[in-house]
Design a protein around this ligand. Structure first.
Ligand SMILES: NC(=O)c1ccc[n+]([C@@H]2O[C@H](COP(=O)([O-])OP(=O)(O)OC[C@H]3O[C@@H](n4cnc5c(N)ncnc54)[C@H](OP(=O)(O)O)[C@@H]3O)[C@@H](O)[C@H]2O)c1
Length: 286
């Protein structure tokens, strides 16, 4: 089996490559710039993969507000190129997407896969349009996930846990938003689930379509930060603030918890709760 993994230096792509070992054909921007249509077609013809997992993305949510063209080149156009190349080879495309496709307005129950997206930022719109591009492929899986943080050993990763650990060591007080509800998700758990959906651990892939894959439960960034501080033993005070007080450039959903029933019904590895997941992160780092 050969699985072409794009965004291979990223959090999720890197973990998938580690799990797949010799079955991975890793590519990142230095070996395959996905915004180059001809390069995408050539790479797929060379590798002739059994599946493509597209983990590459423009992921700077706030910066995207001022860089729409750059965001859409990676999050939309590149997916169109991949979908076309995959179709030519009759190869499945796994497109990784986000909880941010939902507006999160007037909502307090988890979103199922058939809920209507209503993206509210440049990044979110680009990811949703990327989903539509992937769905034009005959064989596709769209996996929406949320709040990713890679293993502590992943030195290149940028994520919320690393930010809290860095700031917690240099400041006496941290101010964290307490009015956005989602599910922080540990990359090894999400990667394992993606491979299971693709059928790497069984004979058949899941039925083509959309799947929600996150850890279980719900948390605000404030709840998540409190757990990180508790488990790390840092002595830093934590203050709850509103999103308006924080003032980010991009709008974010106030509630974007994803319902993972469809994934779990297939019998793949169960997703731990977000608290179990963050405890596992700290268990690995000591
Ligand atoms: N991070 C989260 O909290 C989160 C939440 C929900 C969904 N997601 C989705 O999950 C997926 C994986 O996220 P992640 O956190 O693992 O991302 P990541 O760590 O930012 O990795 C993305 C990788 O894609 C590469 N890339 C960017 N432009 C490229 C191009 N033109 N050609 C080839 N590679 C390119 C990046 O390189 P550079 O670093 O050089 O740009 C980076 O190595 C993405 O689809 C993201 O939208 C992420």
């Amino acid at each position: 089996m050969k699985i072409l993994v794009t965004g291979a230096y990223g959090q999720l792509g890197g973990e998938l490559c580690r799990m797949l070992r010799d079955d991975a054909a890793p590519r990142d921007i230095d070996t395959l710039d996905l915004t180059d249509e001809q390069a995408v077609a050539k790479a797929l013809l060379e590798v002739r993969p059994d599946a493509v997992i597209n983990c590459a993305a423009y992921t700077q949510v706030d910066r995207a507000e001022a860089e729409e063209k750059a965001a859409r080149a990676v999050n939309v156009a590149a997916v169109e190129y991949l979908a076309h190349a995959c179709d030519t080879l009759n190869c499945p495309l796994v497109q990784i997407s986000t909880d941010y496709v939902f507006s999160g307005e007037d909502r307090d129950t988890p979103y199922r896969e058939d809920a209507l997206p209503s993206p509210r930022s440049v990044y979110a719109r680009s990811k949703y349009d990327g989903e539509l591009a992937a769905a034009r492929c005959a064989k596709y899986l769209i996996v929406r996930t949320c709040g990713l943080y890679a293993r502590p050993g992943d030195e290149r990763a940028n994520n919320f846990v690393k930010t809290i650990l860095r700031l917690g060591r240099s400041r006496s007080e941290l101010r964290v938003v307490a009015d956005q509800h989602c599910t922080p998700s540990y990359v090894p758990h999400v990667a394992r689930a993606v491979l299971s959906l693709l059928g790497v651990d069984r004979s058949e892939p899941a039925p083509w379509g959309i799947y929600h894959v996150t850890n279980r439960g719900a948390a605000t960034w404030y709840n998540f930060a409190a757990e990180i501080i508790r488990l790390s033993g840092m002595e830093v005070s934590l203050k709850a603030i509103t999103t308006a007080e924080y003032g980010p450039a991009a709008r974010r959903p106030a509630y974007s918890v994803l319902d993972t029933t469809k994934y779990h019904a297939l019998g793949g590895p169960a997703m731990p709760t977000w608290k179990e997941a963050v405890a596992e992160y700290f268990g690995e780092s000591v």
